[in-house]
Design a protein around this ligand. Structure first.
Ligand SMILES: O=C(O)CCC(=O)C(=O)O
Ligand SMILES: [Fe+2]
Length: 254
């Protein structure tokens, strides 16, 4: 088994799990190289780290997010290991070997943000107004963030609110009409007392799993080195209909 019973229980209790060792080091090292190449940056030349690549699909300047959609580079796709797929099946309680694999990735790489570092407010995923995703059952059961660089304090670590999935679900269930859509639910999340977040500082090859309705958010990368992170895409009918993202790609939603 890819994950221990303790890790599965921790995921259920906290709403998330940061797991190491699902990707062999050689594979994550190759994936990091693929990411540097995609970003048109040289790992040994810091002067190249702040250039937004002209091939990027999107650049969100306010947060320094460089997005590429539907990337199928074999070096990146190799991170979808059998152990990873087994881990997802374990966390979902599905039979091992029963999940269809994703077909591509999308990047959310963070280049240096010129400003103060501060903790973000929590959000749940699936909030873009144009989608109006329903809160239940939600656009996915579980999602995975793959880190492909070592993330230091204030270097773009994702912030996680342990146990927030229960409190957010309680809020959603308290008024099913008002909170029919994630878009509206998300507006009231900052008013909840979710406690202090944990600023995760993952290592290359770590994977963050979290559940539907889990409170989290990215934090700024104020360090020179870019933070590399990717999520998974799929083009099958089932995934595409749950959360169409761009072109024929949707988020992979096993
Ligand atoms: O950039 C991050 O660390 C997290 C971004 C995020 O909220 C997400 O991918 O759902
Ligand atoms: Fe998110």
């Amino acid at each position: 088994m890819a994950l221990t019973e303790e890790q599965i229980v921790s995921y259920q209790n906290n709403g998330y799990l940061l797991a190491s060792d699902l990707i062999p080091d050689a594979i994550s090292a190759r994936a990091e190289s693929a990411m540097w190449k995609l970003m048109q940056m040289e790992p040994d030349l810091p002067e190249t780290w702040s250039r937004v690549p002209d091939t990027a699909d999107e650049y969100t300047e306010s947060r320094g997010v460089v997005t590429f959609n539907g990337v199928q580079d074999p070096g990146l796709m190799a991170c979808v290991t059998d152990d990873y797929l087994t881990a997802v099946a374990q966390l979902l309680g599905e039979p091992i070997g029963s999940l269809h694999p994703p077909k591509a990735v999308h990047t959310q790489n963070l280049i240096q943000h010129n400003g103060d570092w501060k903790l973000p407010n929590p959000h749940v995923d699936g909030i873009p107004k144009e989608h109006m995703h329903k809160t239940f059952p939600g656009p996915y059961r579980i999602t995975s963030l793959f880190y492909l660089s070592n993330v230091e304090h204030q270097g773009g670590g994702t912030c996680a609110w342990p146990g927030s999935h229960r409190k957010i679900r309680q809020l959603a269930e308290s008024d099913p009409i008002k909170y029919k859509h994630l878009y509206d639910l998300n507006k009231d999340i900052p008013s909840l007392d979710l406690g202090d977040p944990i600023e995760l500082t993952p290592k290359r090859g770590d994977i963050l799993f979290f559940q539907h309705l889990f409170g989290h958010n990215g934090s700024p990368n104020i360090l020179p080195k870019p933070r590399f992170m990717m999520r998974l895409f799929c083009s099958c009918e089932k995934c595409y209909s749950k959360w169409a993202k761009v072109d024929h790609w949707g988020h992979w939603a096993p």
